[in-house]
Design a protein around this ligand. Sequence first.
Ligand code: ZN
Length: 193
Amino acid sequence: MSKIVNEVISANAEYVAGFGDKGNLPMPPGRQFAILTCMDARLDPAKYAGLAEGDAHVIRNAGGRASDDAIRSLVISYKLLGTKEWFVIHHTDCGMLTFNSEIMAELLSGSLKTASVDETGWHDSNAGGGTTDGKFIKWLTFTDNASSVVEDVVRIRSNSMVPSDIPIYGYIYDCKTGELVEVPEATAAGKAG
Ligand SMILES: [Zn+2]
């Protein structure tokens, strides 16, 4: 077995040993809110937002973007599971600031190996075996953190399946301090109507 699988299975055994009565938790999030945030490994929403099991929905993808699939989850979150307030939380030093769709397509066309990055940008090994399929995907990168939060809040707010009484708050998590810093323009755009 891989080292990582061993570590995960052994950590899980410890978790199971202390699981207590969490098996009785109901499916709807007890604190009735949802967070859309980035998959970045430095972000732990349970810790930065004080969540316990059963508290809230956390939807994660690269960038914490309001993709069609993120909106799908948010709609299920309120329509079937009763959430009443939503957060969009991007973060400083996000990887999505370091490339764009053209660069990603180019890297994938070079090879399927992990690319490397330096001060001049991303580089592929160009080892061959790449694909042009990356050209057909919108990678949802961004160039400015605050504007991307506003953009995502606006996109969610203006979706016909999102009721006007759900407030959507916009924040940026500071990777250097752990602080959530509000993006006032985003929160204003996400105000409940
Ligand atoms: Zn990120």
